[in-house]
Design a protein around this ligand. Sequence first.
Ligand SMILES: [Mg+2]
Length: 290
Amino acid sequence: MILGPGDDAAVLRPPDGCDLVVSTDSLVEDVHFRFSTQSARLVGRRAMVANLSDLAAMGARPLGCVAALCAPGSLELRLARGLVQGLLEEAGAHACPLVGGNLASSRQTSVTITVFGSVARGRDLRRHRVRAGDRVFVTGTLGGQALAVSRAETEGRPIRLLPTPRLRAGQALARLSGVGGCIDVSDGLVADLSHLLEGSDLGLQLEADSVPTPAGFAAACRKRGLDPLRLALAGGEDYEIAFTLRPQAARRHGVQALGKRLGVPVSEVGRVVGSGGIQGVPEHLGWTHF
Ligand SMILES: [Mg+2]
């Protein structure tokens, strides 16, 4: 950072030999969150995670961010403070300084963040670089957020679980050779994998049983009458990274060494095939062809 908050605008300078990476995302009350199911602080953190996760999926390192908070005059001061505190905490945890912001009055509460990051020139990760034969991997576990949301809505337990933006993993992937497509899992695994295939005729053979879930997840789902596979494949907001590797690179690295390199466990969940959209999603989930 060259110039932070306090002037008309901030000034950022990406390191020599780097490209600038920019992303923005909004969280809107009653659309993306409710103050009744989680603390304002967690909402603020989550807003920052969503943005940092997009930088992670591009292989970028954070440079800084700006935030705009819109809220009605009736919003309790402690909620407004909590939101700001949460986003500052999360930004601080990932070395992404808030370099500017804006407050405005509106009918609904919303937080909009824009993040800036840098990546070595030409090394940015992209969605549409998948090829037939690529192996498909995902970091961490999936479904945990969907389970937490369901518990908050049906049992009145506040959501406490906060996803981790996989910045280190994204940056490590950007240095690796043989990477194909890359995306962060914000909408749900099947939906996000289908984004990797957009604009191509390729398909993806998913190994649904290999999709990683948190410890005790299946039992916790069944106890509540939820389908664990549905939550793992379609639940969003886990903010893990899904990516493909060329088959030689997948063999060379191996799943375990790859996890070490990325700083987070990695699971192989399928492979890219010549055609046919997303295959291997159990029929009872209602997608025969995604
Ligand atoms: Mg994304």
